[in-house]
Ligand binder design. Sequence first.
Ligand SMILES: *Cc1c(COP(=O)(O)O)cnc(C)c1O
Length: 371
Amino acid sequence: MVPVNTPLLTGNEKKYLNECIDTGWISSEGSFIKRFEDDMTVYIGRKYAVACANGSAALDIAVRALGLGDGDEVIMPSFTIISCGQSLVTNGVKPILVDSEFDTFNIKIQDIEAKITSKTKAIMIVHLYGLCVNVDTIIALAKKYNLKIIEDAAQMHGQTYRDKKCGSFGDVSIFSFYPNKHITTGEGGMVLMDDEIIYEKSKGLRNLCFSNDADKRFIHEELGWNYRMTNMQAALGVAQLEQIDEIVVKKRWIGNYYNELLKDIDYINLPISKTEFCENIYWVYAITLKDSCIKTAKEVMQELGKYKIGTRPFFYPMHKQPVFNKMGLFLDDDLPNSEKLYERGFYIPSGLALTKEQIEEVSDALHKVLA
Ligand SMILES: *Cc1c(COP(=O)(O)O)cnc(C)c1O
């Protein structure tokens, strides 16, 4: 079996984890937390970072820390992970969905402006599958209409937009450190910002909004979550971040080798290797089936499974999610590319532990399935 993802933990992960165990510092009070946060602020180019339990938790914190709530609208792509829509809906915010580009998978920027109303408070951008959103255009729109920006960079560790790191844009940015992301802590996430007030709010929200005043420790003015990260997770994070440059090189090597091996298959669109403002980082190796292919993504994935090749479907668009439709949300939305991406797209193994032989095995299987 070639699994869709296998992480690689070959740096100082074991050494730093042993330090946690040897010293007994395993909770969120341990020193690796601050070290991981500091290392990330330096690497990304931000003032503040708040490590937390996972990327979805980071989105929850981001939405609340920006003061978004009942009656507010936030513009976001329909084609993304549930965490984005969920962080808004559970905080009383109405997501306003925009379609995506079929070739870059990212939000169709030219469709945003028409959806801005007097209730619009923010734009949530999500860089997907390896290519980044055209950030300058988003920043210009946000300025024009006085909107906040949330940047979901969960799939973009190490990617740059022009010469600035993804995760350095907007009022708040977030990362996930799930094992299929470029760097992992098993489970983990982070919120980054440059504003001190948003930083203090985010720290409170992560930690049940306990009072900073020792006398009032258990007296709460607001509700938050226990979204703390453990010292053991942060220890992994510090070790992983030390290797980010090599990780990015390996990911691009995997992507480029697939590009080479798969370019003669007529029925598929390969991921775009380069845009005007970024080089693909191949978070995953994302393929779409051309209209000329009579098979659906589901059928191709099933057939690849028979050759023991792991795959994953693309995201299911927010406007089709039963959970949101049952709430009466998005019933009139018509976002054809988002639906087509789900019908026609899938991704193949691209984890950091993938070998050259495994890439060739995946390519052989794809050639047989799409012959
Ligand atoms: C993975 C991911 C998340 C959520 O991160 P978790 O750590 O799995 O909760 C959010 N947004 C995007 C774009 C992601 O890919």
